[in-house]
Design a protein around this ligand. Structure first.
Ligand code: OGA
Ligand code: NI
Length: 345
């Protein structure tokens, strides 16, 4: 019997079944256009994937493929360094960039270690979740000395991922019948974050999770994953946890809470989690595309009318995000804030 810290142990109803069979389902979308694939077809595929799954994978996304190999190597080299070296760039409650090894999702510890950096350095967020506190804090990146190319590899990848975020936002806007640049203004001072995730082999994969079930708070998330697998999505039709099959050269995309609210629930942010295994370590690299902190998020006026009234009250993105991430460091007595707290109907 292996001794594992109780903080990692999921409640019985959230423990994963590890014998999951391969289920087809999550759409794979080719972003390239040709004589036989026009923009209308692409936009309808994106719209259907957002509506039916909230998750899809894309190929021909424009991110140069050698960047995937480079980031995998850089991440492995960094996470293999001694803990004393990694904690030199440790994240803390004031500045959430850098290395972190004890993140909690819904008050249970995740079986992973992470390195976070912001795409815009510095990025600005509210200093606290308290509505009256108008102070901002600057998030500045901290970079490790090793490996020496780490910073450049991360930033090069992130620049390409950012371009893809804008392209996907355009396709999503078109799929909702909006002008392609409808969302762009919300990202002028975006607070996008990239995370390197390392999930070490786990002695009790049936009791713990790499990341507990959660929804992403931002607009979009783009994830590059290696070939190990472990990401699972809660299928909208029946609540079954469906694995996202690692697909060579593909990126995983999911819609976050912000798009759920903007679209007045035409597209929902779907719950997902990461299962770990006892044999292989896994790496994944999400880019969370968050709006500017001052954006007031609410259902878009073009998408609401008398038959389809707004389902949410407006909320300030930065304050929501500050409240939401309070539980990353310590166990909270209460569950974190969720967009359902702003629900009208
Ligand atoms: C996340 C997440 C998925 C993965 O970090 O929010 O869902 O595959 N990660 O690591
Ligand atoms: Ni996630």
């Amino acid at each position: 019997m292996v001794e594992v810290d109780q903080a990692f142990i999921q409640a019985a109803e959230h423990r994963p079944k590890l014998d999951t069979i391969e289920i087809e389902g999550i759409p794979l979308i080719d972003l390239s256009l040709s004589d036989t694939r026009d923009i209308k077809l692409l936009v309808s595929e994106i719209g259907n994937a957002c509506k039916n799954w909230g998750f899809f994978q894309v190929i021909n996304h424009g991110v140069p493929l050698q960047f995937f190999t480079q980031i995998n190597i850089a991440a492995k080299t960094f996470f293999d360094r001694p803990i004393e070296e990694k904690t030199k760039v440790k994240r803390d409650e004031v500045n959430s960039t850098g290395y972190h090894e004890s993140e909690h999702t819904k008050n249970v510890r995740d079986w992973k270690e992470v390195f976070d950096f912001v795409l815009k350095d510095p990025s600005f967020l509210p200093a606290s979740h308290e509505p009256e506190d108008k102070q901002l804090k600057a998030l500045r990146n901290r970079w490790p000395e090793n490996p020496p190319e780490f910073r450049e590899v991360c930033q090069e990848y992130a620049r390409e991922a950012e371009k893809l975020c804008y392209k996907l936002l355009e396709l999503i806007a078109l799929s909702l019948g909006l002008p392609s640049n409808r969302f762009h203004g919300y990202f002028d001072d975006h607070t996008a974050l990239m995370r390197l995730n390392h999930y070490p082999p786990c002695p009790c994969p049936e009791l713990a999770l790499g990341v507990g079930r959660h929804k992403d708070a931002g607009a979009l998330t783009i994830v590059a994953q290696d070939d190990v697998g472990g990401l699972q999505v809660k299928r909208k039709s029946d609540g079954v946890w469906v694995p996202v099959k690692p697909t060579p050269n593909a990126l995983v995309i999911n819609v976050g809470d912000t798009i759920q609210v903007w679209s007045n629930e035409a597209y929902e942010s779907v719950e997902h989690r990461v299962v770990v295994n006892s044999e292989r370590e896994r790496f994944s690299f999400p880019v969370f595309f968050f709006p500017s902190h001052y954006v007031m998020v609410k259902p878009l006026e073009e998408l609401v009318n008398e038959q389809n009234p707004a389902k949410y009250k407006e909320y300030n993105f930065g304050k929501f995000f500050a409240a939401r991430t309070r539980g990353d460091y310590k166990k909270l007595e209460l569950e974190n804030i969720q967009i359902r707290d702003f629900k009208i109907i």
